[in-house]
Ligand binder design. Structure first.
Ligand code: ATP
Ligand code: MG
Length: 338
């Protein structure tokens, strides 16, 4: 296992579904024709994850993230390849594996709909054989960090989304799993609840060295929690590195927005448009936006060039944000294989 808590080797997952024809009549035709088509949701993915890592597992809609999480948590069996979690094949050892992992699917609760939340936790305590001492300690922690107190005695069906998500996270952590899988745990949450969830994840990771795999479309989750990210696209792994390396690899683009003191005359405009050195230039109402790569020219040099041509009232410098980098990678992923 090379010290890896999670190890995927050439994992592939195909789904076989009724062949799809376009349009409504096509859908019916597909249903009755008996023809099948194969969809490759996860295509030859390999990675290893060490104890205590928090890894962001990201990709656009339909990339194969949830399918991978389902294989790692034992819900789905890979078509081929090997997937080991805590030294077990999750889908072969579902019961044993369940003791070692916690799972939260933000889109769907794992809790019993009709049970008051407090009873849910006592049932889970019995299922997982959590000692009284550990139970009391965990519940205190959840109380502090996730603030479950105000709705602890309500039935799950009456909880708001934010309350339900906190409750789900607590349920996944009650037995102190070694590995925590979080599939969009912050989806649809307000900023305060998102913060609570992130805080809980960070604390659990620091206190118990819990290994965390997190899928999310909110890149602030990634910025705040993950050192490493894995990006997948159309079932294939296209990037796997630290967040700081990703920024080094792609985060060199920069833009500066200038507001002019007085609008430039014709000659100045010509000079601005023609600054050379791969500097992009776009005019706006009261100024212009200038784009460039810091690998080619420094921020100071660009500002110097512009101010040498025209008087400036205000400047705003913007480094490429993680969102822009990731958007770029999603859009240009073809052939980027790592
Ligand atoms: N049970 C299934 N049967 C058939 N196809 C499926 C099944 N589950 C997933 N797929 C297909 O596999 C692909 C990957 O789906 P998956 O749910 O893993 O994506 P995702 O990365 O989690 O996307 P999202 O960000 O939208 O949650 C999609 O094209 C999806 O339609
Ligand atoms: Mg998903």
């Amino acid at each position: 296992m090379d010290g890896n808590v999670i190890e995927l080797r050439n994992v592939r997952k195909e789904f076989v579904t009724a062949k799809h024809y376009p349009g409504w009549s096509g859908a019916v035709k597909g249903l009755f024709s008996g023809e099948k088509e194969k969809k490759v949701a996860v295509d030859d993915i390999s990675f290893g994850i060490k104890e205590g890592e928090i890894v962001g597992y990201i990709g656009s809609n339909g990339a194969g993230k949830s399918t991978t999480i389902k294989m790692m948590s034992g819900i789905l069996t890979p078509t081929s390849g090997s997937c080991m979690v805590n030294g077990l094949e999750p889908y072969r050892n579902r019961k044993k594996n369940a003791k070692n992992i916690g799972v939260v699917f933000g889109q769907r609760t794992q809790l019993w709909w009709d049970l008051p939340l407090s009873e849910t936790y006592t049932v889970l305590k019995e299922i997982y054989g959590v000692s009284d001492g550990d139970y009391a300690e965990r519940m205190n922690f959840f109380e502090d960090v996730l603030e479950l107190g105000e709705f602890m005695h309500n039935t799950v069906r009456t909880l708001s989304l934010g309350q339900r998500m906190r409750a789900d996270l607590a349920a996944a952590l009650l037995h102190n799993p070694k590995v925590l899988f979080l599939d969009e745990p912050t989806i649809g949450l307000d900023v305060v609840v998102k913060d609570r969830i992130r805080l809980a994840i960070r604390e659990i990771n620091e206190t118990y060295h819990t290994t965390v795999i997190l899928t999310t479309h909110d890149l602030n989750d990634i910025e705040e929690l993950c050192r490493r990210i894995i990006i997948i696209d159309a079932g294939k792994k296209i990037y796997d590195s630290t967040l700081s390396q990703l920024k080094k690899d792609y985060g060199f683009r920069c833009s500066i927005t200038f507001e002019w003191k007085d609008m430039p005359d014709e000659a100045q405009t010509r000079m601005l448009r023609d600054m050379g050195g791969n500097i992009g230039y776009r005019e706006s109402d009261k100024g212009a936006k200038v784009y460039f790569s810091k690998k080619e020219i420094s921020v100071a040099q660009v500002i110097g060039k512009v101010m040498g041509i025209v008087e400036v009232k205000d400047i705003q410098i913007k480094e490429t944000e993680l969102t822009d980098i990731v958007k770029d990678i999603y859009q240009n992923s073809a052939g980027m294989g790592v």
